[in-house]
Design a protein around this ligand. Structure first.
Ligand code: SF4
Length: 466
């Protein structure tokens, strides 16, 4: 029997019936797949293979077929007879197919492990594991007891999420046993069993709909994952909703509050911004899964009011650990006095605090820098009421504030326009040809340069408005 649903399409149905339907009948309406999405999938695959090392000697139920299918299910059934450890073990029940990343038999019990490249168990992992439990435990009952050792059908005794241990610090080669941490979700999964048959029945009914379900965009479009039909759904929004309403660009500064906020700033003013990259599996010694690794900074320095602006920057080479050189230059560039102005200081402070832990030989200098950091974003928070414009639309993101405060500056002409792309591209740098690498360096430098120049212009504008 061919499967009607898979674990992936079941999860689409859990997110949004329209996504489920579009994925089944209108794949052509999906957003173009981005390189970043492919990289996330590739990370998932790589991490899955790494986790298999925790259970050596297993056999893979997936053969040449690209996706799990009835063939994988049949192959799994054969392997169950003689193998205690099976990777990608596929089962089908109630016309739903799922595969277990790692299935381990000990005596008359099976233990299922689902590998997730995250630092903890998420709600969607439990939904996903609940479906697996439903399919595997029911599918096992359809086998003949005689095919198993002991002539008894083993029960599924455990379902666990194998995620990263966020406390793991790489020193030398990756230690797989320390990198991963299993978290049992069997109790949560059992508690969800009652409603799974109904969900499956509901999703099967969707297949017979004649039209695309009429569902408006909402919080579900990004939860638990960004939906790949967002462009299509966006295009359906009524034209009048898309028309931009002219917002009042007036900037209001509460002068007393601004003076109170800025009076402690000391020249030279250092306008500072990091870019960071995260590696799921720690790439360098003294780093953890998904740790923010700073690879670049931009620094604009204003030595005194109305002085000429000076700019310094640092950018790693995409191959070696960028932190040691970055720390040394940063300590030189930032000196020992003057306020360090950031936008959303908790990020820069967090990165510097981690650097001081991982490179304790610089702890004193780094924590001195840490103590000089101030946050230019703070007065733009609506509840502070220090700097306000209707045109901020209630946001205090620099991408929203800058076009109002300094419309002459824009990210739109840059090849890299936001931090996520900068981070992703830096991760690709090592594999590029020399000329492409040079272009990327220029793009990264230009992007980060604008981040700190934006702060300077915002600062000047508020001071000028004052
Ligand atoms: S974009 Fe939102 S409304 Fe549209 S299919 Fe996806 S989740 Fe559903």
């Amino acid at each position: 029997m061919r499967p009607t649903l898979s674990k992936t399409t079941y999860m689409y149905g859990m997110q949004c019936h329209k996504r489920f339907y579009l994925n089944r009948f209108h794949k052509d309406l999906a957003n173009p797949e981005e390189e970043q999405t492919q990289a996330i999938f590739q990370t998932g695959t790589d991490v899955g293979l790494l986790a298999q090392q925790l259970f050596p000697g297993g056999v893979n139920a997936q053969g040449e077929e690209e996706w799990h299918s009835e063939t994988t299910v049949a192959r799994t059934a054969e392997l169950l007879k003689n193998h205690a450890i099976i990777y990608e073990a596929a089962f089908m029940f109630n016309e739903v197919l799922c595969a277990v990343d790692i299935l381990v038999r000990k005596g008359n019990k099976y233990y299922a492990y689902e590998v997730k490249s995250t630092n903890s168990v998420k709600e969607q992992h439990i939904e996903d594991a609940a479906l697996q439990y439903y399919i595997v435990s029911n599918a096992l009952q359809t086998f003949t007891p005689g095919m198993f050792e002991g002539k008894v059908i083993p029960s599924l005794a455990e379902v666990a999420i194998l995620h990263f241990n966020k406390e793991y610090v790489r020193i030398g080669d990756i230690e797989v046993g320390k990198l991963f941490k299993p978290s049992s979700v069997i109790e949560e999964v059992e508690a969800k069993q009652a409603y799974i048959p109904k969900n499956i029945a509901d999703f099967k009914k969707l297949i017979y709909l004649k039209n695309i379900p009429d569902i408006e965009m909402g919080p579900q479009c990004n939860k638990p994952y960004a939906c790949n039909f967002s462009n299509y759904c966006q295009s359906l929004l009524a034209v009048e909703e898309q028309e931009e309403i002219a917002l009042d660009q007036t900037i209001i500064v509460n002068q007393e509050s601004w003076t109170h906020f800025s009076q402690d700033f000391q020249y030279p003013l250092f306008f500072f911004d990091f870019e960071t990259v995260m590696y799921a599996v720690p790439e360098f010694n003294f780093s953890r899964p998904y740790q923010q690794i700073p690879f670049q900074y931009s620094l604009h320095i204003l030595f005194e009011p109305h002085a000429k602006l000076k700019h310094n920057s640092h950018l790693g080479n995409g191959m070696a650990d960028p932190r040691p050189d970055l720390i040394e230059q940063m300590i030189r560039d930032l000196g020992s006095s003057g306020s360090i102005i950031t936008w959303n200081m908790s990020f820069e402070k967090g990165v510097i605090a981690k650097l001081s832990i991982d490179f304790p030989e610089y702890e004193e200098e780094l924590m001195a820098i840490h103590s000089r950091i101030v946050d230019l974003m703070h007065p733009f928070r609506p509840k502070q009421g220090v700097v306000y414009s209707e045109a901020f639309e209630g946001s205090y993101s620099i991408k929203k504030v800058l076009p109002v405060m300094a419309p002459e500056l824009s990210y739109s002409d840059l090849n890299i326009q936001e931090g996520g792309t900068a981070s992703f591209m830096y991760g690709q740098m090592a594999g590029l040809e020399p000329n492409e690498r040079e272009q990327l360096r220029e793009d990264l430098l230009a992007y980060c340069h604008l981040d700190t120049l934006a702060m300077v212009k915002i600062w000047e504008r508020v001071e000028g408005v004052k």
